[in-house]
Design a protein around this ligand. Structure first.
Ligand code: G4P
Length: 525
């Protein structure tokens, strides 16, 4: 297969959902369809203590949350699917945002018993920034759920996206009979208790087929009536509207019962876009350009305790990776030869020979790669849109063993680099201040410092309310500001000057007093 065909058959997406909607369960079924696992059930519910193939940290096992994002690739139909896992807990929004910059489509999973939940709303906002096409899976139909029409209406009104049901459920809970596919005019019947396998399903062609009445009894007549209502209350599937992020195809099913997930996956490979163009400061880069380009959207330390290394996740934006390729790291201008990039099959890392635009590859990182770094075959490029968010919570690090300050420095630099937390070094003293978007990040960092770097630390509350990255039109202006605001300034982990404001009022005053200085809430790389 030639390079262009390889690129065009890539489908790269992430799952967005509220915790507990079923993301982990769906991920597992997707791996089943991708033949990456033989039988589902290896991914257990979190309460039972075992963890999903996509969760690999001890922390995740202990707390039942997904702390880091992972990447998985699997073939399906004639496509190659790249699934990027998004951290499940609301606290890890920063990491999630960056993952969403690396995908071309997203699958929204909704717990149909609950409807649209808070975290899904936030994640949809992020997807909307780039008009990412969204598919929707309404999960848990094997339970007593809310009226599907009502939930669909809620998606339309709360998330401001048109719904086009592709399938429609027949019954629910104990009486869940299956779904009717509006596009193919086929009913697919559900059998319970087969969630761990790919099932042989029975299909009945035609809504008026008497076989349907024989199979589902009175539900057949109900379905016929219901569909008229549904068609009146919703939209027809329209590919252009979907690709523009304005309409979402909706599928119903149960991830636990492994029913309907394949309908969604079929929709995904058929309709989700091939690798999309990416904006760089200099120009827009098309995926099918012959030369390799890509950017790092995530760094993860100590992914595998056996390897104890750091891996930078790079989204290939154009061209092809080939073992031994010579690449330029545009931020530093350095050339490197890459011979050991990794790919992620069901969480297993493997060295790869080649990869294509749309794929995610892992680069071994010895501290020289940062989030946002662009790699090319020589052209100077800087991909845009990978954000760092101003933290809202701050703690001063207290080291239990003062002799370990070197390890602390190293651990924090690495954890900051991977985006687990932000670290600030005030200009006026030797404090080490951590900044986070959510409180759980502090626990994760303390845990990881202890287990991965053998440093025990505690935190003090500190009088910082918010942080802003500062910039000025000229070096001279910045220097002047540096003198005046010295006591409130710090360097962040990547060496950027940051203003730490004790109160919001203080920040406001500083902004008024220094109109020539830009106080940035996000630092876009
Ligand atoms: P998440 O990654 O989005 O947080 O959700 P996850 O897949 O872990 O699912 C959350 C809970 O919902 C799990 O139950 C899971 O078994 C259940 N679940 C997922 N899909 C379905 C479905 O289609 N139907 C039903 N009835 N339940 C579903 P748990 O209680 O946390 O785990 P367990 O101990 O029951 O295994």
């Amino acid at each position: 297969m030639n390079v262009l065909d390889e690129i065009r058959r890539r489908r790269t997406f992430a799952i967005i959902s509220h915790p507990d909607a079923g993301k982990t369960t769906i991920t597992e079924k997707l791996l089943l369809y991708g033949h990456q696992i033989q039988e589902a059930g290896t991914v257990k519910g979190k309460k039972s203590g075992r963890h999903a193939t996509s969760d690999w940290m001890e922390m995740e096992k202990e707390r039942g949350i997904s702390v880091t994002s992972s990447v998985m690739q699997f073939p399906y139909a004639d496509k190659v699917v790249n699934l990027l896992d998004t951290p499940g807990h609301a606290d890890f929004s920063e990491d999630t945002y960056r993952v969403l910059t690396a995908v071309d489509a997203a699958l929204m999973v909704i717990d149909t018993a609950k409807g649209v939940e808070e975290r899904t709303i936030k994640l949809m906002e992020v997807c909307r920034l780039r008009d990412t096409p969204i598919l929707t899976f309404m999960n848990k139909l094997d339970r007593e759920v809310r009226d599907p029409i009502e939930v669909m209406d809620e998606v339309e009104s709360v998330l401001q996206i048109k719904c086009a049901p592709v399938t429609w459920p027949i019954g629910m809970g104990k009486n869940f009979k299956g779904v009717y596919n509006l596009l193919t005019d086929t009913t697919v019947l559900y059998k319970s208790g087969l969630g761990h396998t790919i099932q042989d399903v029975r299909e009945i062609k035609g809504l008026d087929n008497p076989e349907l009445d024989a199979a589902v009894g009175a539900y057949a007549a109900e379905l016929r009536d219901m569909l008229e209502l549904v068609q009146g209350a919703s939209h027809e599937f329209d590919l252009d509207e979907f690709l523009a992020g304005r309409l979402t195809p909706v599928f119903f099913g149960t991830a636990l019962g492994n029913f309907g997930v394949d309908h969604m996956l079929d929709g995904l490979v058929q309709w989700a876009p091939e690798p999309q163009p990416r904006a760089a400061v200099e120009r827009s880069v098309t995926a099918t350009e012959p030369k390799f380009t890509g950017f790092v959207f995530k760094i993860q330390a100590n992914m595998d305790p056996k390897h104890r290394d750091r891996v930078a996740f790079l989204r290939i934006c154009s061209g092809r990776y080939e073992k031994g390729i010579k690449l330029k790291q545009c931020r530093t201008g350095k050339d490197i030869r890459l011979a050991d990039a990794l790919t992620f099959l069901a969480g297993e890392r493997e060295n790869i020979e080649e990869a294509f635009a749309g794929d995610i590859i892992g680069l071994h990182n010895h501290g020289t790669i940062q989030i946002g770094d662009t790699f090319t075959e020589g052209e100077m490029l800087q991909f845009t849109g990978i954000p760092h968010f101003a933290p809202e919570l701050f703690r001063r690090v207290v080291l239990r063993d003062p002799l370990k300050s070197k390890q602390l420095q190293k651990g924090l630099t690495q954890l900051a680099e991977e985006g687990a937390v932000q670290v600030f070094f005030p200009l006026r003293n030797n404090d080490v201040i951590l900044g986070a978007v959510g409180t759980l990040q502090f626990d994760v960092v303390a845990h990881r410092l202890k287990h991965e770097y053998q440093v025990e630390c505690a935190y003090d509350v500190i009088n910082v309310a918010t942080a802003r990255w500062v910039e000025a039109a000229s070096e001279r202006e910045l220097e002047k500001f540096r003198e005046k605001a010295h006591d409130n300034l710090a360097m962040d982990g990547a060496g950027h000057l940051t203003y730490l404001a004790p109160t919001r009022v203080n920040l406001q005053l500083a902004q008024e007093r220094h109109p020539d200085i830009k106080f940035r809430e996000t630092r876009e790389i």
